[in-house]
Design a protein around this ligand. Sequence first.
Ligand code: FES
Length: 114
Amino acid sequence: MSAGEPQSSNSEWHDVCAESELDPEFPLSVEVEGEKVGVFKVGDQVYALEDICPHAYALLSQGFQENGQIECPLHGALFDIATGMSLTEIGQRDLTCHKLKIESGRVWVKLHAA
Ligand code: FES
């Protein structure tokens, strides 16, 4: 936990991986407080999104990442990684975006407060 973080939700910051582990073509799946979270690198930016596809049960982090979008490996729903926006009808709804920060080469995630 970093000093000075506002206590805006019940969730805390969690150190999930090293920034150097991230690959722009292969998202990482991590677990934060029992929730599956996908960590995606797009250019110089890193994003944390809910990792379970809203359509059925598939890990989006095992999908195909290209041009800032992630395609579900099961039925092909497409989501915008930067915003979580669902780009196809089959995706059903936008993904929850979690908070993410990078400090000293480590990636920290804080779950989005419901
Ligand atoms: S489970 Fe993702 S599109 Fe069906």
